[in-house]
Ligand binder design. Structure first.
Ligand code: NAD
Length: 337
């Protein structure tokens, strides 16, 4: 299968491309990424240099001519759209790029794929489109969308557009909605790598509100497996929920992380809550279990240890990402070629 993966230089896209090329010797990937602050081309530099089934294209999912070119002929069998502005706090600061990339960009990709008659399109979405839960219950695919942040509203906008493309044009789109991912290559503005960095440096670990917000955590490889199953086995027009079966409060995550690192709880510092902060997310993914044979395989504490070990072993990656040094590196890397 020839895949166009968008946003492949981000956290989940990087893991997905590595896993798929490893698992499927007959698959190839074109990775289209704009390289925003969250996209790091270095993540997959070894593939660029040594793997002829992998190609990187620097570009924007909003660029109609570029996408039409990439999808021309029979070059691509399926599109997997990971590209997005993904950080809730940034969306509160300025929602505009979220609407532009997450809604208009996704629609542009779908429109190009529709015109080029691309056989399959997986749109990667999030549990956050469902809004918030009380103490009990879980989100199913039938739960009405009720997003509370500009980020989740923009993701919900794209989900609605995908639905309309299926209903109106019979466009072969499938939507995945997954819970909170963690694992290697996650940008250090997100909870786990941020807390890791602060703990290592003995800095306070900022926890929103009372720390009792609940998220369902899934190891990134399990999410990638869900996307793969959707791509290969899912029914067109369907939405599939994915989760890790690991509900944790934020404060419990931070405490577990501190205990794995052997650091004191006194580093925890409670800060003013994020506006519109959803209280609890939990996923019912029985549809994916039934139709796709999906089951998460990584236990939360094991996955967390694995993730922290990866960050320990990759401090250079963390430092580069934080300092923006990889951008300079990449500029020089280009000049030298
Ligand atoms: P990320 O921020 O790490 O990566 C996003 C990537 O998209 C970056 O490489 C960035 O350069 C690229 N990008 C941004 N705008 C672009 C544009 N206009 N054109 C081309 N590329 C562009 O995000 P992530 O955490 O890897 O998430 C990937 C996808 O999965 C997103 O759609 C997100 O909504 C979804 N998702 C994430 C989670 C999670 O916990 N991280 C959970 C569920 C769903």
């Amino acid at each position: 299968m020839k895949l166009l993966v968008t946003g492949g230089c981000g956290f989940i896209g990087t893991n997905f491309i590595r896993l798929m090329l490893d698992k499927h010797p007959d698959w190839s990937v074109v990775n289209l990424d704009k390289l925003t602050y969250a996209g790091n081309r270095l993540n997959l530099l070894d593939l660029e240099e040594n793997e002829n089934r992998y190609e990187f294209v620097h570009g924007d999912i909003r660029d109609r001519d570029l996408i039409m070119d990439l999808l021309a002929g029979n070059r691509i069998d399926a599109v997997v759209n990971f590209a997005a502005e993904s950080h809730v706090d940034r969306s509160i600061d300025d929602p505009s790029p979220f609407v532009s990339t997450n809604v208009a960009g996704a629609q542009n990709l779908m429109e190009c794929a529709r015109r080029r008659k691309t056989a399959r399109f997986v749109h990667v979405s999030t549990d956050e489109v469902y809004g918030t839960l009380g103490k009990t219950g879980k989100f199913t695919e039938k739960t009405p969308l009720a997003p509370n942040s500009p980020y989740s509203a923009s993701k919900a906008g794209a989900d609605m557009m995908a639905r309309a493309y299926f209903e109106t044009y019979g466009f072969p789109v499938l939507i995945t909605r997954c819970s909170n991912n963690y694992g290697p290559y996650q940008f250090p503005e997100k909870l786990i790598p941020l807390m890791f960095l602060n703990a290592k440096e003995g800095k306070p670990l900022p926890v929103y509100g009372d720390g009792m917000n609940v998220r369902d955590w899934i190891f990134v490889d399990d999410h990638c497996l869900g996307v793969e199953l959707t791509l290969t086995k899912g029914r067109e027009g369907r939405v599939y929920n994915f989760g890790g079966d690991a509900e944790e409060t934020n404060i419990a995550v931070v405490r577990t992380l501190l205990s794995i690192l052997g650091k004191p709880d006194s580093l925890i510092s409670y800060v003013t809550d994020r506006p519109g902060h959803d209280r609890r997310y939990a996923m019912d993914f029985s549809l994916a279990r039934r139709e796709l044979g999906f089951a998460p395989s990584v236990d939360f504490e094991d996955g967390l240890k694995k993730t922290l070990n990866w960050y320990e072993a990759n401090t250079e990656w963390l430092n580069q990402v934080q300092s923006g040094e990889y951008r300079n590196f990449m500029d020089n890397w280009y000049k030298e070629r």
